[in-house]
Design a protein around this ligand. Structure first.
Ligand code: CDP
Length: 221
């Protein structure tokens, strides 16, 4: 029997992961965060002191890349070489590195294979940049979530402050603008709205309202 696949794409800080996670929990779907996989590759590359833009050296690591996705109390846990790196991959320098390794087509092919396999096992909500356009073109529902750059930067800033990191709003806004630009302009599977996606702009909406809206869209599907 085929599984139900819901794709949620959009730029950084649009609220994809928070909304997708909450909707998956409410509906009994498995949530798959594909950004975490690109982040894990960036973490591995950075730990080996390799430049995340060095295609040849990054590709040389791919054969031995060991990324596993597990679920603990319904939350995605990502293991890199058998170790839990769920927290480590959230550092700002890893966000930038993730966007750089994500521009390498060999990296994408490797991760897309894992993502497609995961989507065959359960009913899933998968979030990322290319889920509706490339990873799951036959998804039952495609949503493209967006919000103004100001609001996305403030949301990300608040998340970082909550976690106890010190950062400036301007710096975060600048990082998000650069990363979005890189994600939109890469050659292979760039960030863009799928032709058959529903676009939802969450600017000015509180989180609960956005979560309810998406749960309702999924229920009506
Ligand atoms: O949480 P945030 O939206 O800031 O980023 P993320 O979803 O964790 O993704 C980090 C980076 O991975 C993005 O900036 C993209 O460059 C890359 N990515 C991608 O290229 N394709 C995906 N399906 C998911 C993430």
């Amino acid at each position: 029997m085929s599984t139900i696949k819901i794709a949620i794409d959009g730029p950084a800080g649009a609220g994809k992961s928070t909304i997708a996670k909450a909707a998956a929990k409410a509906l009994g779907y498995v949530y798959i965060d594909t950004g975490a996989m690109y982040r894990a590759v960036a973490l591995k590359v950075t730990r080996q002191r390799i430049n995340t833009q060095d295609t040849q050296q990054v590709c040389a690591l791919l054969d031995e890349l060991d990324i596993t996705i597990k679920y603990k109390d319904g939350t995605q846990v990502i293991l890199l070489d058998g170790k839990n790196v769920t927290q480590d991959i959230r550092l700002p320098e890893i966000s930038k590195g993730a966007s750089e390794v994500a521009a390498i087509s060999e990296v994408r092919m490797k991760l897309v294979e894992i993502q497609r396999k995961l989507a065959t096992k359960n009913n899933i909500i998968m979030d990322g940049r290319d889920i509706g356009t490339y990873v799951l073109p036959d998804a039952n529902l495609k949503i493209f979530l967006t919000a103004s750059i100001e609001e996305r930067a403030i949301r990300r800033y608040n998340e970082m402050i909550e976690k106890g990191s010190s950062c400036s709003l301007d710096e975060i806004k600048h990082d998000i603008i650069l990363r979005d630009e890189k994600d939109r302009n890469r050659e292979f599977a760039p960030l863009k709205v799928a032709e058959d996606a529903i676009v939802i702009d969450t600017t000015g909406n509180d989180l609960e309202k956005s979560i309810d809206k998406i749960i309702n869209i999924i229920k009506e599907m």
